[in-house]
Design a protein. Structure first.
Ligand SMILES: [Mn+2]
Ligand SMILES: [Mn+2]
Ligand SMILES: [Zn+2]
Ligand SMILES: [Zn+2]
Lengths: 138, 138
DNA sequence: CAATGAATGCACTTCCATTGCATTGATTTT
DNA sequence: AAAATCAATGCAATGGAAGTGCATTCATTG
Protein backbone atom coordinates (compact mmCIF):
# COMPACT_ATOMS: atom_id res chain seq x y z
CA UNK A 1 0.00 0.00 0.00
CA UNK A 2 1.79 3.05 -1.33
CA UNK A 3 1.11 6.50 -0.08
CA UNK A 4 0.05 9.05 -2.68
CA UNK A 5 3.41 10.73 -2.29
CA UNK A 6 5.21 7.52 -3.08
CA UNK A 7 2.92 6.86 -6.01
CA UNK A 8 3.54 10.26 -7.56
CA UNK A 9 7.28 9.92 -7.09
CA UNK A 10 7.20 6.50 -8.68
CA UNK A 11 5.70 8.20 -11.72
CA UNK A 12 8.45 10.80 -11.75
CA UNK A 13 6.13 13.54 -10.54
CA UNK A 14 7.55 15.91 -7.97
CA UNK A 15 5.24 16.16 -4.97
CA UNK A 16 3.78 19.55 -4.10
CA UNK A 17 0.90 20.59 -1.90
CA UNK A 18 -1.17 21.57 -4.91
CA UNK A 19 -0.52 18.34 -6.75
CA UNK A 20 -1.51 16.32 -3.73
CA UNK A 21 -4.75 18.23 -3.40
CA UNK A 22 -5.61 17.89 -7.06
CA UNK A 23 -4.75 14.22 -7.04
CA UNK A 24 -6.97 13.59 -4.05
CA UNK A 25 -9.76 15.58 -5.65
CA UNK A 26 -9.59 13.46 -8.79
CA UNK A 27 -9.32 10.27 -6.77
CA UNK A 28 -12.43 10.87 -4.73
CA UNK A 29 -14.50 11.87 -7.76
CA UNK A 30 -16.19 9.00 -9.45
CA UNK A 31 -16.91 11.06 -12.56
CA UNK A 32 -14.76 12.98 -15.00
CA UNK A 33 -14.09 16.62 -14.17
CA UNK A 34 -13.43 19.80 -16.08
CA UNK A 35 -10.72 22.30 -15.32
CA UNK A 36 -13.45 24.59 -14.01
CA UNK A 37 -14.57 21.89 -11.60
CA UNK A 38 -11.09 21.78 -10.18
CA UNK A 39 -10.92 25.55 -10.17
CA UNK A 40 -14.13 25.75 -8.17
CA UNK A 41 -12.89 23.19 -5.71
CA UNK A 42 -9.75 25.21 -4.99
CA UNK A 43 -10.83 28.79 -5.26
CA UNK A 44 -7.56 30.09 -3.94
CA UNK A 45 -5.45 28.35 -6.53
CA UNK A 46 -4.57 29.89 -9.86
CA UNK A 47 -6.20 28.47 -12.94
CA UNK A 48 -2.92 28.14 -14.78
CA UNK A 49 -1.35 26.12 -12.01
CA UNK A 50 -4.29 23.74 -12.02
CA UNK A 51 -4.12 23.53 -15.79
CA UNK A 52 -0.45 22.66 -15.68
CA UNK A 53 -0.98 20.24 -12.82
CA UNK A 54 -3.42 18.08 -14.77
CA UNK A 55 -1.25 18.45 -17.85
CA UNK A 56 1.71 17.11 -15.89
CA UNK A 57 -0.42 14.24 -14.64
CA UNK A 58 -1.43 13.54 -18.21
CA UNK A 59 2.11 13.69 -19.53
CA UNK A 60 3.22 11.27 -16.84
CA UNK A 61 0.41 8.88 -17.68
CA UNK A 62 -1.75 8.99 -14.58
CA UNK A 63 -4.58 11.09 -16.04
CA UNK A 64 -6.33 10.91 -19.38
CA UNK A 65 -8.40 13.44 -21.25
CA UNK A 66 -11.92 12.69 -22.38
CA UNK A 67 -13.63 14.40 -25.29
CA UNK A 68 -17.29 13.72 -24.68
CA UNK A 69 -18.56 16.07 -27.34
CA UNK A 70 -19.60 18.86 -25.00
CA UNK A 71 -16.67 20.94 -26.21
CA UNK A 72 -15.12 21.02 -22.78
CA UNK A 73 -12.18 18.80 -21.97
CA UNK A 74 -12.78 16.34 -19.16
CA UNK A 75 -10.12 14.65 -17.05
CA UNK A 76 -10.03 11.46 -15.06
CA UNK A 77 -7.45 9.43 -13.21
CA UNK A 78 -6.27 6.37 -15.02
CA UNK A 79 -7.36 3.48 -12.88
CA UNK A 80 -7.54 -0.28 -12.96
CA UNK A 81 -7.96 -1.42 -16.53
CA UNK A 82 -7.10 1.93 -18.06
CA UNK A 83 -4.12 1.57 -20.31
CA UNK A 84 -3.58 5.11 -21.51
CA UNK A 85 0.13 4.70 -21.86
CA UNK A 86 -0.61 2.20 -24.60
CA UNK A 87 -1.46 4.21 -27.68
CA UNK A 88 -4.93 2.77 -27.93
CA UNK A 89 -6.89 3.37 -24.76
CA UNK A 90 -9.99 1.58 -25.75
CA UNK A 91 -12.42 1.90 -22.88
CA UNK A 92 -15.59 3.80 -23.56
CA UNK A 93 -17.15 6.85 -21.98
CA UNK A 94 -20.73 7.61 -21.11
CA UNK A 95 -22.22 11.09 -21.10
CA UNK A 96 -25.50 11.62 -19.30
CA UNK A 97 -27.89 13.93 -21.14
CA UNK A 98 -29.72 14.55 -17.88
CA UNK A 99 -27.13 15.41 -15.24
CA UNK A 100 -24.43 16.26 -17.76
CA UNK A 101 -21.81 14.09 -16.15
CA UNK A 102 -19.41 11.88 -17.99
CA UNK A 103 -18.01 8.67 -16.59
CA UNK A 104 -15.32 6.23 -17.65
CA UNK A 105 -16.69 2.77 -18.27
CA UNK A 106 -13.26 1.34 -17.80
CA UNK A 107 -14.35 -2.25 -17.80
CA UNK A 108 -16.24 -1.82 -21.09
CA UNK A 109 -13.83 -2.24 -23.94
CA UNK A 110 -14.58 -0.90 -27.38
CA UNK A 111 -15.35 -3.60 -29.92
CA UNK A 112 -13.21 -3.99 -33.00
CA UNK A 113 -14.37 -1.46 -35.59
CA UNK A 114 -14.14 -2.34 -39.27
CA UNK A 115 -13.02 0.38 -41.62
CA UNK A 116 -13.03 0.30 -45.43
CA UNK A 117 -10.08 -0.96 -47.45
CA UNK A 118 -7.24 1.53 -47.54
CA UNK A 119 -8.08 3.00 -44.17
CA UNK A 120 -5.81 2.18 -41.23
CA UNK A 121 -7.30 2.42 -37.75
CA UNK A 122 -4.95 3.61 -35.06
CA UNK A 123 -7.24 4.86 -32.34
CA UNK A 124 -10.90 4.99 -31.49
CA UNK A 125 -12.95 7.46 -29.46
CA UNK A 126 -16.37 6.24 -28.49
CA UNK A 127 -18.83 8.21 -26.41
CA UNK A 128 -22.26 6.83 -25.59
CA UNK A 129 -24.88 9.40 -24.64
CA UNK A 130 -28.03 8.73 -22.74
CA UNK A 131 -29.22 8.48 -19.15
CA UNK A 132 -26.84 7.38 -16.44
CA UNK A 133 -27.61 4.90 -13.69
CA UNK A 134 -28.19 7.62 -11.10
CA UNK A 135 -30.60 9.54 -13.31
CA UNK A 136 -32.51 6.53 -14.59
CA UNK A 137 -33.69 5.88 -11.05
CA UNK A 138 -31.99 2.53 -10.81
CA UNK B 1 -34.63 15.01 -60.44
CA UNK B 2 -35.15 18.02 -58.19
CA UNK B 3 -33.18 21.19 -58.59
CA UNK B 4 -31.31 22.39 -55.54
CA UNK B 5 -33.79 25.22 -55.21
CA UNK B 6 -36.68 22.79 -55.10
CA UNK B 7 -34.84 20.60 -52.62
CA UNK B 8 -34.17 23.47 -50.24
CA UNK B 9 -37.76 24.63 -50.47
CA UNK B 10 -38.97 21.12 -49.78
CA UNK B 11 -36.99 21.31 -46.57
CA UNK B 12 -38.57 24.62 -45.66
CA UNK B 13 -35.39 26.56 -46.34
CA UNK B 14 -35.79 29.87 -48.09
CA UNK B 15 -33.52 30.04 -51.12
CA UNK B 16 -30.91 32.76 -51.23
CA UNK B 17 -27.80 33.22 -53.35
CA UNK B 18 -25.56 32.56 -50.37
CA UNK B 19 -27.38 29.42 -49.36
CA UNK B 20 -27.17 28.04 -52.86
CA UNK B 21 -23.44 28.66 -52.96
CA UNK B 22 -22.82 27.08 -49.58
CA UNK B 23 -24.97 24.10 -50.44
CA UNK B 24 -23.10 23.52 -53.68
CA UNK B 25 -19.80 23.86 -51.86
CA UNK B 26 -20.80 21.23 -49.34
CA UNK B 27 -22.18 18.98 -52.06
CA UNK B 28 -19.02 18.91 -54.11
CA UNK B 29 -16.79 18.26 -51.09
CA UNK B 30 -16.29 14.63 -50.31
CA UNK B 31 -14.92 15.42 -46.85
CA UNK B 32 -16.26 17.27 -43.85
CA UNK B 33 -15.51 20.99 -43.71
CA UNK B 34 -14.99 23.58 -41.02
CA UNK B 35 -16.58 27.00 -40.94
CA UNK B 36 -13.18 28.41 -41.85
CA UNK B 37 -13.08 26.20 -44.92
CA UNK B 38 -16.34 27.73 -46.07
CA UNK B 39 -15.11 31.18 -45.14
CA UNK B 40 -12.01 30.71 -47.28
CA UNK B 41 -14.08 29.52 -50.20
CA UNK B 42 -16.23 32.65 -50.11
CA UNK B 43 -13.91 35.40 -49.07
CA UNK B 44 -16.44 38.09 -49.73
CA UNK B 45 -19.09 36.62 -47.48
CA UNK B 46 -19.36 37.42 -43.82
CA UNK B 47 -18.42 34.74 -41.33
CA UNK B 48 -21.62 35.18 -39.37
CA UNK B 49 -23.78 34.68 -42.41
CA UNK B 50 -21.95 31.49 -43.25
CA UNK B 51 -22.26 30.35 -39.66
CA UNK B 52 -25.98 30.95 -39.68
CA UNK B 53 -26.33 29.35 -43.07
CA UNK B 54 -24.91 26.02 -41.95
CA UNK B 55 -26.85 26.32 -38.70
CA UNK B 56 -30.04 26.72 -40.67
CA UNK B 57 -29.12 23.70 -42.78
CA UNK B 58 -28.50 21.78 -39.59
CA UNK B 59 -31.76 22.85 -37.97
CA UNK B 60 -33.63 21.79 -41.09
CA UNK B 61 -31.94 18.42 -41.12
CA UNK B 62 -29.82 18.55 -44.25
CA UNK B 63 -26.44 19.02 -42.55
CA UNK B 64 -24.95 17.35 -39.52
CA UNK B 65 -22.14 18.39 -37.24
CA UNK B 66 -19.18 16.15 -36.59
CA UNK B 67 -17.05 16.31 -33.48
CA UNK B 68 -13.88 14.53 -34.49
CA UNK B 69 -11.92 15.49 -31.41
CA UNK B 70 -9.85 18.21 -33.06
CA UNK B 71 -11.82 20.82 -31.17
CA UNK B 72 -13.13 22.35 -34.36
CA UNK B 73 -16.66 21.63 -35.49
CA UNK B 74 -16.95 19.93 -38.84
CA UNK B 75 -19.99 19.92 -41.12
CA UNK B 76 -21.23 17.61 -43.82
CA UNK B 77 -24.34 17.22 -45.92
CA UNK B 78 -26.61 14.44 -44.84
CA UNK B 79 -26.58 12.06 -47.74
CA UNK B 80 -27.76 8.61 -48.65
CA UNK B 81 -27.85 6.47 -45.55
CA UNK B 82 -27.47 9.38 -43.15
CA UNK B 83 -30.47 9.54 -40.87
CA UNK B 84 -29.73 12.57 -38.77
CA UNK B 85 -33.34 13.46 -38.31
CA UNK B 86 -33.70 10.21 -36.43
CA UNK B 87 -32.28 10.81 -32.99
CA UNK B 88 -29.63 8.20 -33.39
CA UNK B 89 -27.42 8.91 -36.38
CA UNK B 90 -25.20 5.94 -36.09
CA UNK B 91 -22.71 6.15 -38.92
CA UNK B 92 -19.10 6.52 -37.98
CA UNK B 93 -16.47 9.11 -38.81
CA UNK B 94 -12.84 8.71 -39.68
CA UNK B 95 -10.19 11.30 -38.90
CA UNK B 96 -6.87 11.04 -40.73
CA UNK B 97 -3.88 11.77 -38.54
CA UNK B 98 -1.85 12.51 -41.64
CA UNK B 99 -3.85 14.90 -43.81
CA UNK B 100 -6.14 15.99 -40.99
CA UNK B 101 -9.31 15.42 -42.94
CA UNK B 102 -12.41 13.83 -41.54
CA UNK B 103 -14.86 11.82 -43.61
CA UNK B 104 -18.28 10.34 -43.02
CA UNK B 105 -18.28 6.58 -43.40
CA UNK B 106 -21.98 6.65 -44.00
CA UNK B 107 -22.27 3.05 -45.00
CA UNK B 108 -20.46 1.85 -41.87
CA UNK B 109 -22.97 1.57 -39.10
CA UNK B 110 -21.92 1.57 -35.49
CA UNK B 111 -22.30 -1.80 -33.79
CA UNK B 112 -24.59 -2.15 -30.82
CA UNK B 113 -22.73 -1.00 -27.72
CA UNK B 114 -23.47 -2.65 -24.41
CA UNK B 115 -23.70 -0.41 -21.38
CA UNK B 116 -23.97 -1.43 -17.73
CA UNK B 117 -27.30 -2.01 -15.99
CA UNK B 118 -29.04 1.24 -15.18
CA UNK B 119 -27.52 3.11 -18.08
CA UNK B 120 -29.73 3.94 -21.05
CA UNK B 121 -28.04 4.49 -24.39
CA UNK B 122 -29.65 7.11 -26.60
CA UNK B 123 -26.90 8.08 -28.98
CA UNK B 124 -23.38 7.12 -29.88
CA UNK B 125 -20.49 9.16 -31.23
CA UNK B 126 -17.68 7.11 -32.67
CA UNK B 127 -14.58 8.55 -34.28
CA UNK B 128 -11.86 6.32 -35.63
CA UNK B 129 -8.45 7.91 -36.08
CA UNK B 130 -5.68 6.65 -38.29
CA UNK B 131 -4.57 6.93 -41.90
CA UNK B 132 -7.10 7.50 -44.64
CA UNK B 133 -7.18 5.71 -47.99
CA UNK B 134 -5.58 8.60 -49.83
CA UNK B 135 -2.71 8.89 -47.38
CA UNK B 136 -2.08 5.17 -47.01
CA UNK B 137 -1.12 5.06 -50.68
CA UNK B 138 -3.93 2.73 -51.60
C1' DC C 1 24.49 29.83 2.58
C1' DA C 2 24.54 30.21 -2.49
C1' DA C 3 23.09 28.41 -6.71
C1' DT C 4 20.13 25.96 -9.59
C1' DG C 5 15.96 24.42 -11.55
C1' DA C 6 11.18 23.57 -11.02
C1' DA C 7 6.55 25.25 -9.61
C1' DT C 8 3.51 28.95 -9.22
C1' DG C 9 0.86 33.38 -10.17
C1' DC C 10 -0.48 36.99 -13.13
C1' DA C 11 -1.22 38.93 -17.45
C1' DC C 12 -1.95 38.28 -21.91
C1' DT C 13 -3.00 36.02 -26.33
C1' DT C 14 -5.38 33.11 -29.57
C1' DC C 15 -9.05 30.66 -31.44
C1' DC C 16 -13.57 29.53 -32.22
C1' DA C 17 -18.51 29.78 -31.20
C1' DT C 18 -22.26 32.77 -30.47
C1' DT C 19 -25.16 36.96 -29.99
C1' DG C 20 -27.11 41.97 -30.48
C1' DC C 21 -28.47 45.16 -33.40
C1' DA C 22 -28.92 47.97 -37.29
C1' DT C 23 -29.49 47.46 -42.23
C1' DT C 24 -30.69 45.33 -46.39
C1' DG C 25 -33.62 42.57 -49.07
C1' DA C 26 -37.69 39.94 -50.27
C1' DT C 27 -42.51 38.88 -49.72
C1' DT C 28 -47.13 39.80 -48.58
C1' DT C 29 -50.98 42.93 -47.75
C1' DT C 30 -53.71 46.85 -48.72
C1' DA D 1 -47.61 50.25 -56.79
C1' DA D 2 -46.78 51.60 -52.14
C1' DA D 3 -46.67 50.23 -47.48
C1' DA D 4 -45.96 46.93 -44.08
C1' DT D 5 -43.82 42.88 -42.49
C1' DC D 6 -40.52 39.44 -41.67
C1' DA D 7 -36.33 37.10 -42.79
C1' DA D 8 -31.44 37.39 -44.19
C1' DT D 9 -27.26 39.76 -43.94
C1' DG D 10 -23.14 42.50 -42.17
C1' DC D 11 -20.58 44.43 -38.58
C1' DA D 12 -19.24 44.69 -33.98
C1' DA D 13 -18.85 42.77 -29.77
C1' DT D 14 -18.94 39.09 -26.36
C1' DG D 15 -17.89 34.70 -24.10
C1' DG D 16 -15.53 30.47 -23.06
C1' DA D 17 -11.80 27.79 -23.02
C1' DA D 18 -6.96 26.50 -24.17
C1' DG D 19 -2.50 27.87 -24.16
C1' DT D 20 1.93 30.94 -23.50
C1' DG D 21 5.56 34.42 -21.59
C1' DC D 22 7.69 35.97 -17.88
C1' DA D 23 8.72 37.33 -13.34
C1' DT D 24 8.56 35.49 -8.69
C1' DT D 25 8.50 32.04 -5.24
C1' DC D 26 9.84 27.67 -3.56
C1' DA D 27 12.52 23.49 -2.85
C1' DT D 28 16.60 20.88 -3.44
C1' DT D 29 21.36 20.34 -3.32
C1' DG D 30 26.30 21.21 -3.34
MN1 LIG E 1 -11.77 7.24 -19.34
MN1 LIG F 1 -21.28 12.10 -40.91
ZN1 LIG G 1 -27.03 11.48 -15.08
ZN1 LIG H 1 -5.40 11.45 -44.96
Amino acid sequence: MKTIEQFLESKDIRVTAMRLLVYKFLAEKEVTVTLSDIENAFAKADRTTLYRTVKTFEDKGIVHQIDDGTGITKYALCEKGCNCEIETDLHLHFHCNNCGETVCLTEHKIPQIKVPDGFVSENVNLVVKGICDKCSGQ
